[in-house]
Unconditional design. Structure first.
Length: 282
């Protein structure tokens, strides 16, 4: 599991190579072979087993009374767990903004950083996600011709955004709302979409980088995840790999965390406990 970041990077590079190969190949000279229909693979994690693991952890008092979670099998798109509901996503909202940018522009286009330097979009987005840079996210969002959700509805119609409202592209507004299912589904789609490779590659790594450097430290390298924090709000959305090599995406949102001394840290630990249990559930 410690090598998950390297595996993820290799998988994303392979996706991009496949996309380029498909674009450049001469399909007219290639014989068309009818593919055999195979049954879908079994769930990467049993929904029943997942429920037994997760349900007791979600009622942790440190998370408050408004908690939601969803888990998606990346290979099949199957929803393995879903509490339903909408919540304040905090900085995990940056995932919607980042996806909209990558589906609107090539990840290699030059953009100007807040320091006045010129870098490509993918690199700057990766920095913004890793550091959870609010001003950087807002600056990038200004490049979009329409709000992020409008762009995603057009560019990624398979993603259900009926419960998503983004007032602030960086995630600072409490008027932002989304479902855990939307976030987990977005990450599952991103894993399989070469145009969104930079979104997955930019996710901080548990115990190693960005805002995840001190999170889930007992599972270093096993989680690629975006954190989110506001007063009374804690969130985590990411991807991990099962022991069989299957990728799983998830999102945990808690927007009624007790506002008390140490409340935020307690909520983070409770969420990390859930994420760690997911990693070890297979």
């Amino acid at each position: 599991m410690a090598a998950f970041k390297r595996v993820a990077t290799a998988a994303l590079c392979a996706l991009m190579l496949v996309a380029c190969s498909a674009t450049n190949s001469n399909t007219a000279s290639t014989p068309q072979v009818k593919a055999s229909v195979e049954p879908p693979p079994p769930p990467a994690i049993s929904p029943d087993a997942l429920s037994k693991i997760v349900d007791p952890l979600l009622v942790n008092i440190d998370l408050g009374q408004s908690v939601g979670m969803a888990v998606v099998d990346v290979a099949t798109g199957q929803l393995l767990y879903d509490t339903g509901g909408t919540f304040v996503p905090a900085s995990t909202a940056k995932l919607f903004t980042g996806a909209a940018l990558l589906l609107t522009f090539d990840s290699k286009i030059p953009v100007t950083t807040k320091d006045g330097k010129s870098v490509d979009l993918g690199t700057e987005l990766g920095r913004v996600l890793a550091e959870s840079d609010n001003e950087g996210a807002k600056a990038l969002a200004k490049l979009l011709p329409k709000p992020a959700t409008d762009m995603l509805i057009f560019e990624l119609p398979e993603l259900d955004l009926s419960e998503t409202v983004l007032v602030d592209p960086a995630g600072l507004s409490r008027k932002n709302k989304t479902s855990p299912r939307a976030l987990a589904s977005l990450l599952a789609l991103a894993w399989n979409n070469p145009r969104l490779a930079a979104l997955v590659a930019g996710l901080p790594v548990s115990g190693e980088s960005g805002t995840m450097k001190k999170r889930a430290v007992n599972e270093p390298g096993s989680l690629l995840a975006k954190t989110g924090t506001l007063s009374g709000v804690n969130a985590l959305a990411g991807i991990f790999q099962t022991s069989a090599g299957r990728a799983i995406s998830f999102a945990i949102l808690a927007d009624a965390v007790p506002i008390e001394p140490g409340g935020t840290d307690k909520a983070r630990k409770a969420i990390d406990q859930i994420a760690t249990a997911l990693v070890n559930a297979n």
